[in-house]
Structures are given as structure tokens and as C-alpha cells.
Design a protein around this ligand. Structure first.
Ligand SMILES: [Cu+2]
Length: 277
């Protein structure tokens, strides 16, 4: 193949790539799954940055260990089978090897434990929160309230006419960017779980209990999650949609939301449901 044909090919591929990117633009966004995605969702918080780093770090270690064990097995099968090694050695002890196979795994476990605990503390040791959002899991939708910003609560239900399919909702949870958001969650009926992959959060919403987690979104945009605890027939149809906006947009949204949800019939339903527990 001569040079001009190669460059022609490359140009063709580039055009195909651009077309695909344009066609898939509805999916090629952060905060939601992509077709043929093999890795974790792109991170939007410091906690998720750490989770991704830890995941990749473990992947390297586990790959090296697996290849090493595979190599040992292959050596044993080839070199020490009955045909090629008819008279087996009667060795029973080897101090150097025994020390090594005790010490090296200990060192590997310590190397895993240190970043693992650091990540756990990062997740569990909540920084000072800039705002609190209370999330209530219900069969089969979520309700959000903002106790720091007045008394309004609204329901968030799957929106069948919106994209992305099965993830879009009618009323999104809205939070400001680069702010520590404390999520307090509970269940009104059965156990649900509030999970947003790009934020690295997943926490059970349990009736009669208030669980807490936090996130600090460093990017604006839409981020989607799903209920992650089997909670009944419409478990798959109670998505979580979080819109991360600038401070000004958030303040404006709070003002509209206060009016919009002031007479929310969902509020009375929600409080009746909570009182019935
Ligand atoms: Cu649920």
C-alpha cells in the first residue's frame, strides 16, 4: 500500500470517527454509562479519583501475581512431570524460599492496606459540609429536601420522555459545584440504596435510620445513578439524577424550587408516608 492510499485510509477513518462521535454524543457524556464501557465511570469527585487510582493499582498487583502463579504452574507441568523428571527430588525444606514466601505476601498486603485505609478514611471522615441534602428512598422514586435552604421537598420520578433512557428524571437533585454536599439518606418503606458512580458514593437508605455520606463534585453537568438495593418491582426504574451547577445557578434554582415545590402534593404524601413508619 503506497503512502497516498494510507493517508486516504486514515482520512476515511477520521471521518468515520467523527461521525461516530457525533452519533454517540447523547452517550459520550460524563456521569452516565457509555456503550462498551470497560472501565469505571469517569470521576467527578476527589473520592472517585482515589477509588479509580486504587482500582488501577490493585489491577496491576493482581495481574503480576496471576502471571507469576501461572508461570510457576507451567514450569512445574513442563519440567517436573513424571516423564521428564522420573526421579523426584526429596527436598523438604528451604529456609530462603520459606522466608521469602512469607515475607513478600506480607509486604504486598501492607502495600495494599495503606492506600485502602487512606481511602476508607477519606470516604468516612466527612469534611465540613457546605450544604445538606436529605434523600428519601421510596417505592419507587426518590424525594429530596434541602434543610439548609427552607422547607421544601420534592419527588424525583423516572421521566419516560427524556434521555438518557431509564436514567432521566422529572425533577433532578441540584447541587453547587466544588461544594461539600452532605447526603443524609433514609428509606420510607423498604431498604433502597443511593448510588452515583461518578461521585464514588453508594449508601443504603434504611427505614428508621439516617445514613450519611458526602461528595464534592468538581465538574458541572448531569450525573446519573440508580437505586442499588433490590427494593421491589420497580427497583430498576428509580434513577438518581444530580445536576451540578455554579453557585449563582444554584441560588437561582433554590429560589424557583421554594416556590415550585411549596404546594407540592408530594410533600404531604411524603410526610404522611414518613409518619406511617
Ligand atoms: Cu429502591
Amino acid at each position: 500500500m503506497n503512502l497516498s492510499r494510507i493517508s486516504h485510509r486514515l482520512a476515511g477513518l477520521a471521518v468515520a470517527g467523527v461521525t461516530m462521535a457525533a452519533g454517540g454524543s447523547a452517550f459520550a457524556e460524563v456521569g452516565q454509562p457509555k456503550p462498551w464501557e470497560m472501565t469505571l465511570q469517569e470521576s467527578a469527585t476527589p473520592v472517585m479519583d482515589n477509588i479509580i487510582w486504587f482500582h488501577n493499582f490493585l489491577l496491576v498487583i493482581i495481574t503480576i501475581i496471576t502471571l507469576f502463579v501461572l508461570a510457576l504452574l507451567v514450569i512445574v507441568m513442563v519440567k517436573f512431570n513424571a516423564k521428564s523428571n522420573p526421579v523426584p527430588s526429596r527436598t523438604t525444606h528451604n529456609t530462603l524460599i520459606e522466608v521469602a514466601w512469607t515475607l513478600i505476601p506480607v509486604l504486598i498486603l501492607v502495600a495494599i492496606a495503606v492506600p485502602s485505609f487512606r481511602l476508607l478514611f477519606l470516604q468516612l471522615d466527612m469534611p465540613k459540609a457546605d450544604l445538606t441534602v436529605k434523600v428519601t428512598g421510596k417505592q419507587w422514586y426518590w424525594s429530596y429536601s434541602y434543610p439548609d435552604h427552607g422547607k421544601f421537598e420534592f419527588d424525583s420520578l423516572l421521566a419516560q420522555d427524556k434521555q438518557p433512557r431509564l436514567l432521566a428524571v422529572d425533577n433532578e437533585m441540584v447541587v453547587p459545584v466544588n461544594k461539600v454536599v452532605r447526603v443524609q439518606t433514609t428509606g420510607a418503606d423498604v431498604i433502597h440504596a443511593f448510588a452515583v458512580p461518578a461521585f464514588g458514593i453508594k449508601i443504603d437508605s434504611i427505614p428508621g435510620r439516617l445514613n450519611e455520606t458526602w461528595f464534592k463534585a468538581t465538574k458541572t453537568g448531569m450525573f446519573y445513578g440508580q437505586c442499588s438495593e433490590l427494593c421491589g418491582k420497580d427497583h430498576a426504574f428509580m434513577p438518581i439524577a444530580v445536576r451540578v451547577v455554579s453557585d449563582q445557578e444554584f441560588a437561582a434554582w433554590v429560589e424557583t424550587a421554594k416556590k415550585k415545590y411549596a404546594a407540592n402534593p408530594g410533600n404531604t404524601y411524603a410526610s404522611a408516608g414518613a409518619a406511617a413508619q
